[in-house]
Design a protein around this ligand. Structure first.
Ligand SMILES: [Zn+2]
Length: 153
């Protein structure tokens, strides 16, 4: 088991899966946990299988591919092709957790920042960035809007 440095990541994952309409199975949670623990790193299904087996998970390679496809469809992971021994290999990278910390509502008048708390929206934005030729996904986003405090003044 990996212990969380700050907060319990399982709660965030459970919440994220529920919002996406996915039942939080142990395979889905384990895969999210590993991808989150490897930020910015693209992992192949085989690599995930080795890491999961090392943690005592019984998830098969078929299950891992199925979960990765589900997460890709919902914009949680991004699939990219890496060439390895002259063969193209699919690798998967987490999209939304990186995006989550960098998208804020920002008040132009007082500088108040509030994180945008909508994993599905952030995942969609990040996927759009990737499709538009920005291969690293969304790096930073600020949505400018005047806060209640400033509107009241
Ligand atoms: Zn303000």
């Amino acid at each position: 088991m990996i212990t969380a440095p700050t907060r319990n990541p399982d709660e965030a994952f459970l919440d994220q899966l529920r919002k996406l309409g996915l039942r939080p199975t142990s395979a889905r949670l384990d895969i999210l946990r590993i991808l989150t623990g490897s930020p910015g790193e693209a992992l192949s299904a085989e690599r995930l299988f080795v890491l999961l087996s090392g943690q005592g998970s019984g998830a098969s390679l078929g299950t891992i591919y199925r979960v990765l496809n589900e997460l890709e469809l919902r914009g949680i992971v991004h699939k990219e092709w890496r060439s390895q021994n002259a063969m193209a290999k699919a690798c998967y990278r987490l999209v939304s957790s990186a995006a989550m910390s960098v998208c804020h509502f920002l008040c132009p008048s007082c500088g108040h920042r509030q994180p945008v708390d909508d994993p599905a929206l952030l995942a969609a934005l990040s996927q759009l960035a990737l499709k538009s030729g920005f291969g690293q996904g969304m790096a930073d986003a600020s949505i400018s809007c005047v806060c209640n405090q400033c509107s009241a003044d």
